[in-house]
Design a protein around this ligand. Structure first.
Ligand code: ADP
Length: 191
């Protein structure tokens, strides 16, 4: 199972991915988590991306694609992969098509979590207050920037997937459990 979770920062992709990992033993491939870990461990990649992450801009497509290629190879024998935070540009979406083809994998499900812009900012700021790990990009100026980058760079891939695949839009304003149930039903309907 290869599943893409699409949607803006704060829409609940991470929460839903964690649920699917528990329920189906899929792997969560979260580019944000992978990059933050690289920064924390001060790896070569971490040093390159640190300032970009803090600014709310996007990391270079080439670097992201290289990381995801490695992750796909690493998780080849897993029952499923959840792409969370990737792809984020049309270039990445096209490259993912190529990668999956190369590894003879299919893209089984594309889900968009739809949440209104105002709630996103509230959710992210609430998460920032409650979380023990401080994210440098969770302050109001950078959150606005991340949403602007999402609208400009990532939104176009919604059309890309709508025209090529069956894009499943889910109302992300519902409770966490309702959203999980809807996603699980979609997964089970294609098994
Ligand atoms: P968000 O809550 O904004 O969705 P993420 O944890 O997914 O945050 O990503 C945090 C940051 O990591 C982004 O603002 C961006 O700088 C970088 N990043 C994550 N995924 C990608 C990607 N696919 N392409 C480019 N940059 C990325």
């Amino acid at each position: 199972m290869n599943l893409i979770l699409l949607g803006p920062p704060g829409c609940g992709k991470g929460t839903q991915a964690v649920n699917l990992v528990k329920k189906y033993n899929y792997c969560q491939l979260s580019t944000g988590d992978i990059l933050r870990e690289a920064v924390a461990n001060e790896t070569q990649t971490g040093k390159i991306v640190k300032d970009v992450l803090a600014s709310g801009k996007l990391v270079d497509d080439g670097l992201i694609i290289k990381i995801m290629e490695e992750k796909i190879i690493e998780t080849k024998s897993k029952p499923g992969r959840i792409f969370d935070g990737f792809p984020r540009t049309l270039t990445q979406a096209n490259e993912l098509e190529g990668l999956l083809k190369r590894f003879q994998m299919e893209l089984n499900l594309v889900i968009e979590l739809v949440v209104d812009q105002h709630s996103l900012i509230e959710r992210i700021m609430k998460r920032a207050q409650e979380s023990e790990e401080k994210r440098e990009d969770d302050n109001s100026v950078i959150v606005e920037k991340r949403l602007e980058v999402y609208n400009r760079e990532t939104k176009p891939i919604i059309d890309f997937y709508s025209s090529k695949y069956n894009l499943n839009k889910i109302d992300g304003m519902q409770g966490i459990q309702e959203v999980s149930n809807t996603i699980e039903n979609l997964i089970e309907s294609i098994h």
